[in-house]
Design a protein around this ligand. Sequence first.
Ligand SMILES: [Zn+2]
Length: 351
Amino acid sequence: MKDHEIIDKAVETLTSISNDIENAFYSKCNFSFNLHWNSNSTPSAKSISHYPIESHEIIIHYTLIIDIYREIENLISHINSSTDDYIIKDILKEKIPEDPLASNSYTLDQQIYNAFTAAITWIYFHELSHLDQEHAYIRSQHSNHSCNIIDELNINVSNKDNITNSEIYHLTELAADRSASIICASELYRHFGDRNDEFKAMMKLFYLGISCALYLFSKNNSFSISLPISSTHPIPIIRLEMFLTSVWETFSPVQEKAPYTDIGYERIELINIASWVSTATALYFNQKWKVGFDIKHLVNGTINRENGKEYLKILINTWHLVEPQLKSLQHSKLEHLLLHFSDEYKKMIYE
Ligand SMILES: [Zn+2]
């Protein structure tokens, strides 16, 4: 696709979602909501909230849309070249899923387009979740940095301003990730759940699109958790691990509030797809960034990472600090979209 065609498709998709959200939700509220597009040459996505004088705004830069499409195009082309097959086979052994790129269901163009649509929709809902839970207001209440804007790619701004409480930034980023992941996974099921094969095929491309977008957001290529927590965003591999957990829990039969528990998938298949996608994406970006491959580049669960338990303890403490306020501020009152640390998970962290 040419650049202008990619932009047309993205505008059409996200405007349609925005109209639905405006009709279903914002039309019943006493504040405005707008999606704006920006032609600035720096790729970015932002949410702006003027709380308590409430107006919500999402801004998406065309350059981000083009970057995501081209990266997914390159990633799929790289996977199809089979360059990394021998490494992937060595790492995953028998866990490689059947038809991982859903090539039996979709043409190459459709694979790229579906993964791209999944990625931009997830980013849109990530921004909407910041607004729904008034994360900018919460950040300004718990740090020395008063700001109405959350900028996803300008991640060093706050460092320059000597921001305190970076943990509140990481926490709210993961909260927005979780909400967006549950919304998108649920929507996929709502659209395709009665067509099992199509649902499975779409899930593969959904994983691929979001994995690619999260790696693309990385500025420092780091795979290590550094403490004390600094900057505004968690490292991408943690966001990816949490994204996979959120999707897993959305379809978990043991999750109390899970909306869907019978998805026609063997649950082991979901894990295998996640392992394959994260491995293939990590290998692609390692080569793009010219960094050597390391086992810590693969999804392994944040809890198992060096400093992972300490990092999660800080986030859980921070969550306890802001949870009552965040719940009271959440406009949609959809509690299942909120960040959640299960008792079982906490036990593993604190043991
Ligand atoms: Zn964010």
